[in-house]
Ligand binder design. Sequence first.
Ligand SMILES: [Zn+2]
Length: 280
Amino acid sequence: MKEMCNISVIFNSIAERQNSRMKKESSAQIEKAAELLRGARRAVAFTGAGASTESGIPDFRSSKGVFSNLEKRFELPPEEILSYGYFLENPATFYAFYRKNLVHLDAEPNECHRALAALERAGILAAVITQNIDNLHQKAGSRTVMELHGSVGRCYCMHCRKRFGLDFIMGFNVDVPQCDNCGGLVKPDVVMYGERLDQEVISSSIDAISSADALIVIGTSLVVHPAAGMIRHFRGRRLIMINKSPTPYDEAADVVISESAGKTMKKILSLLGVHFETGS
Ligand SMILES: [Zn+2]
C-alpha cells in the first residue's frame, strides 16, 4: 500500500511537471509569436475551420463535425450533396441540407476573428485568407478578406447573374429559391465539390502570401487543396502556426502553438499592446 502511494505520488508529480512544462513552452511560444509580429507590416493570416469552432461552427471535415451525423439522414455522403452536379439535379435536397447545416445565422465572431480585425486596424496585418464560408471575419471588422471557398453571405442567379444576400435564400417560402428578375435558379456563392475555385481569389491570395512579411496559419491542417500549395509561396521568415493538430509545416515554422485560437490570439495582442473588444 505504501509502495502504491509512493508510485501514485511519483506519477502525479511527473504529470504536474509535464503540465507546467507545457504551459511554460506555450507561453514562451506566444511571447515569440508576439515578438515576430511586432515588426510586421504586411502580415497575412490564413484561417481554416479551427478559427470558427469557438463560434460554434463545427469543422465538417473532422470526425466530430456535423457531416458525420448527417450522412445517414440524407443517405448520401455530404460531399455528394454539396457537389455542383447534385445541386443542379436536386436543388431542393441541396437547399434543405445547406440551410440546416452550412448556414449559421446566429454565429458571432470569436476572439480570433476580432483579434485579426484589430491587427489589420493596427497596420500589422495586410489580409486574411480564409477557407471558411461563414462571413465571420467580415462580421468582426476585417476589411481585406479573401474567401477561397466563397461565402454563405452571398448568392446569385445562374441565368442573369443578379446578386442576392443570404436573406433571399433563407426567406424564400419554397424549397428552391428562384430569381425575382428572370426566374432562374439561385446558387449560393460558395465553391461546391466539383467546382473550380475562383482564379482571381487564388491569385490575389498568392500575391498576398508571397509579399507577406509574416504568416499566421490558424485552424487548418493544411492538407486540403489549395491550402497546402499556397503556403509554399510564403518567402518571409516569420511563420506562426496556431492549430490543435500537427501540420506538415510545423517543422518549418518559427512558432507552433496547439491551443485555442481565440485565447492564443488574445494573449498575443495583449503582448503587442493592440486593443480590441474581447466580448467577454
Ligand atoms: Zn435571374
